[in-house]
Structures are given as C-alpha cells and as structure tokens.
Write a protein that binds this ligand. Sequence first.
Ligand SMILES: Nc1ncnc2c1ncn2[C@@H]1O[C@H](COP(=O)(O)OP(=O)(O)OP(=O)(O)O)[C@@H](O)[C@H]1O
Ligand SMILES: [Mg+2]
Length: 223
Amino acid sequence: MNVVKIINVSRFYKSGLSIVKAVDNLSLDLNIADFSVVAGPSGSGKTTLLNLIGGLDKPCEGQVFIDGESTHNKNEAQLTDLRRDKIGFIFQAYNLLPVLTVYENIQLILQIQNIDEKLHKEKIFSILEDLGLKDLYKRMPSELSGGQQQRVAVARALINEPKLILADEPTANLDSESANKLMNLMQKLNHEKNVTFLFSSHDPMVIKKAKKVINIRDGKILE
Ligand SMILES: Nc1ncnc2c1ncn2[C@@H]1O[C@H](COP(=O)(O)OP(=O)(O)OP(=O)(O)O)[C@@H](O)[C@H]1O
Ligand SMILES: [Mg+2]
C-alpha cells in the first residue's frame, strides 16, 4: 500500500479574471521509506502540493489517499485525527505555541498521543541533543532565533515518529551546518524507522540527499 497516493489532483485559485493553476492535474505515489524532494522555482506549487497531501487544504479536483484512506469524505475532525496519527509537519511558519517553553512545545505532542509520561524526558532530550537544542529547553519561542525556532518545529514533528513527514523548505532558515545536521537526522529516521519523507526545497544540498527528485513547474510534474 502507498503511504501517499494522489490521483489527478488540482488546486485552482481565482486571481481577478484569470485562474492560477497552483497544482494542475497531478498524480503521485509515495511508498514506505521514500525520501523524496519536490523541487521547483518560487510559485511552482510546492507548498500547495504539500498542503493538499497533508489535508491542510482540499483539492478542487482529484483524490488524496493517506495510508490507504481517502481524505475525500472526511470532515475536519476526522482529518485532524488522520494528521495527528500519521503525519508530522515541518512548515515555514513554525507554529510554536508562544506561551510554552521549548520542552513543553515538544511534550505537547507526546501528551496528545497519550505516550507514557515516564518516557517523555528521555525522548525529548534525545531529540533536543540531536538538533543542538539541549541548552535551550527552558526558553520561550520568543527568546529564540528564527533558525532555532525552526529546529524546535522539526523536533516537534519528529518526536512521535509519524509514518509520513511533510517538510516545506525545512532548511530555508538554517545555516549550512544546521541544515546538514537536520538532513542527517531525517536520513537516519528514514533508514532506521522507515519513515517516509516528502520535502520541498531549492537547496542543492538538500536536493542531492533525496532518493527521488520530483521536479514541478506551474503545478505539473516535469517528465
Ligand atoms: N491563497 C492563494 N490565493 C491565490 N493564489 C495563491 C494562493 N496560494 C498560492 N497561490 C498561487 O499558487 C501558485 C503556487 O504557490 P505555492 O505557494 O504553492 O508555490 P511554491 O512553489 O511553494 O513557492 P515558494 O518557493 O515561493 O514557496 C503561485 O502562483 C501562487 O501565487
Ligand atoms: Mg512554498
């Protein structure tokens, strides 16, 4: 079974009198343990595609299946459950909760998933260590740089080891050393836990590390 299957998916936007085809009749399969990148220039439809796959946006046409389940007939609550159970998101807007510390932002995911409290500390510190955030665990998001906030968002997406991780330009705000570390961590999860990754990027270093490159232009896959 495909972790992700999308069939003839389109997402159009009205722009004055014309219509922008952000994603245009696009089909794509992702299998377990894929490590794929969506590459394309600004405006080519990368974010729109990831949002459609993650159930954050609905297609105008076509079907999206996650782990064999169609998202077509699901209501908001059912989509939220599907996202919580199967998908980790790393998006450009980090969406950290401003009133919680770094540690608490990550712990929240484990609490939502009912993971045994006794395991929290070890899991959280292990991932903070991997991302070079260990000394910052008590800080509030407002006390962190953009790149540090990005890494907390990454830690949060990785903490419950979801089946699928969608990452929209995960290295965009990172210096090259942090970007490299992040990619290595994602590769490790991919190898060791068979997590399926789909990320978008402009960064040649990131694109080089992908097992498969999906080039898109104007919402279509280039052959
Ligand atoms: N909410 C919206 N309303 C109207 N048009 C939109 C909207 N969101 C995206 N678009 C348009 O859809 C197209 C695809 O946008 P998208 O954000 O998916 O591109 P992208 O490849 O992620 O670009 P970038 O690399 O700059 O992040 C663009 O032409 C964009 O202007
Ligand atoms: Mg984008």
